[in-house]
Design a protein around this ligand. Sequence first.
Ligand SMILES: NC(=O)c1ccc[n+]([C@@H]2O[C@H](COP(=O)([O-])OP(=O)(O)OC[C@H]3O[C@@H](n4cnc5c(N)ncnc54)[C@H](OP(=O)(O)O)[C@@H]3O)[C@@H](O)[C@H]2O)c1
Length: 266
Amino acid sequence: MVFADRIALVTGASSGIGWELALELARRKCHVALLARRKEKLDELALQCHALGVRTAVAPCDVTDRQATLAAIRSVQEALGPIDLLIANSGVGLPTNVDPMNWDEVDRMIRVNYLGVVYAIEGVLPEMLKRSSGHLAAVSSLASYKGMPGESGYCSSKAAVNVFMEGLRIQLRSRGIYVTTICPGFILTPMTEAHDFTMPFLLKPPEAARRIIRALERRKKVFNFPWPTTFLMKLLNWLPDWIVAKALKNYTGDNMPLKEGGHRGP
Ligand SMILES: NC(=O)c1ccc[n+]([C@@H]2O[C@H](COP(=O)([O-])OP(=O)(O)OC[C@H]3O[C@@H](n4cnc5c(N)ncnc54)[C@H](OP(=O)(O)O)[C@@H]3O)[C@@H](O)[C@H]2O)c1
């Protein structure tokens, strides 16, 4: 995909990976629509993107609110035109406890990480179908490949994204619409910076954004990165539970030190 003069919508643009993705797109002269809850952050980012010579629109909204998300997407489409590229990136990472179970946080992860992606796609898809052109991308996680102790809610929310995107990709293959699922390993963002443990093969957000944009350029179906973390996560699926429990005891479950706001997996 050539980004110059196209229109991209990035959800979760107010921070971390989404912020850097929007800047990287603007550097490639792609006009950007920015969506998240914190309007002041979106305005700040819009100024930086504007300074790179592109048009911008901000759409503050909560992606768990379907009507608000659809209205926000309508408003940015009115301002910039139909969306060529959606990067549904909004996400939250919270631990899953069992005693007692924190059902409300699990509920939130499913609603933001999974339904937030579905609603964003619902908002942009009609115009893409009308034009038989477009690219849908969702930021999932390498954590989607294994149900990890203390991470069941997060891992399952991301696994749901993978399967949803896979089905769409096959369904849309003859409609001119590309679909990419992005599965990062550990990236140093506000989501992970509270971690007290060493995150293997940690990347900074600008590097993550550059790699993601290159993968979108190549229209990759699924982009797992970096490869050493991908290898480790896939290896976990071949190991018996007792080894996984032992291997992850410093990363997951009740033993892991976790500051407020942090979650455990990538
Ligand atoms: N960091 C990692 O190691 C890592 C690894 C794998 C995958 N990921 C995934 O990458 C994506 C970006 O995460 P990040 O690391 O960049 O974290 P981050 O810096 O905490 O950014 C999360 C973004 O999601 C937005 N968001 C959260 N709840 C929202 C809601 N209800 N409605 C709209 N927007 C919402 C936040 O904006 P507001 O608070 O302003 O709404 C923020 O812009 C997430 O999907 C995450 O699961 C991260």
